[in-house]
Design a binder for this molecule. Structure first.
Ligand SMILES: C[S@@+](CC[C@H](N)C(=O)[O-])C[C@H]1O[C@@H](n2cnc3c(N)ncnc32)[C@H](O)[C@@H]1O
Length: 237
């Protein structure tokens, strides 16, 4: 709390790694239930042609993977595919490696400390789980992902659920108060601490996210599905 108060009085820009470690576990537990319940069974099947590629064996990047909850779920469901988790926060990458080993999926997963504009390789699927809005340069990061997609590759963008205008969102989205609070104290400050510092926030909504992907040069962007907590969006180069 004192760190956040200081940030509000100062530059407003503490980075993800400046927070207490409970934030990293708390974030994992907050989102992991949804990934376990729906990622492999509902979200990936809602993308065009992706499930068949993962069943056959594909390369997948999970950018901003945190503690690796989404990597573990996908690696468990698609044993023929290879999954690489990237995150700029080294302690999270170490935890993610341990989570994958504990889950018995270490043979098809790897994790690297890398910025969202600094990883290598080409992937059939590049995922951002509840993290693109936390980053300083979402347009540059989406463009970088486009350059690292295999032909006919897909970006899976999972973002906190939000309606497009703030009054509508506050009136009709029961999660809005919680997510604006988290956004103001965690997500937006982290974005402001990075290059560009766009500060999208956790309640950007589909229209604003579409604009990011259009600016980054994608030709298609659609809502594949949704839950009360998440928008599940698909972008193609
Ligand atoms: C809200 S957490 C989400 C973590 C994970 N995807 C999940 O769903 O549990 C945001 C993550 O983005 C990472 N992150 C923020 N900015 C980044 C950047 N520029 N490059 C790589 N990772 C970044 C943070 O370290 C953090 O792990």
């Amino acid at each position: 709390m004192p760190k956040i108060a200081d940030a509000y009085r100062g530059d407003g820009a503490p980075s993800w790694g400046d927070h207490h470690p409970c934030l990293f576990s708390g974030t994992e537990w907050f989102f992991r239930t949804g990934y376990r319940a729906m990622l492999a069974t509902a979200w990936i099947p809602a993308l065009q042609g992706v499930q068949a590629k993962l069943d056959a064996g594909a390369k997948v990047a999970d950018v901003g993977c945190g503690h690796g909850a989404s990597v573990v779920v996908m690696a468990d469901a698609f044993p023929r595919s290879q999954f690489v988790g990237f995150d700029f926060h080294e302690p999270s990458i170490i935890t993610a490696q341990n989570r994958a080993a504990d889950a018995g999926v270490a043979d098809r997963t790897s994790f690297e400390v890398a910025d969202a504009k600094g990883y290598e390789g080409t992937y059939e699927l590049i995922c951002f789980f509840d993290c693109l809005h936390d980053m300083g340069d979402p347009v540059g990061i989406a463009r970088y992902a486009r350059e690292h997609l295999a032909p006919d590759g897909t970006v899976l963008l999972v973002e906190p659920f939000a309606l497009d205008s703030r009054p509508t969102n506050l009136a009709n989205n029961p999660m809005a108060a919680l997510l604006y609070t988290a956004s103001s104290s965690i997500c937006t400050p982290n974005s402001l601490s990075q290059d560009v510092g766009l500060g999208l926030g956790a309640q950007a909504g589909e229209a604003r996210l579409r604009q990011v992907f259009e600016e980054a040069g994608y030709t298609s962007f659609r809502r594949a599905t949704e839950t009360p907590l998440n928008l599940i969006l698909e972008a193609k180069a």
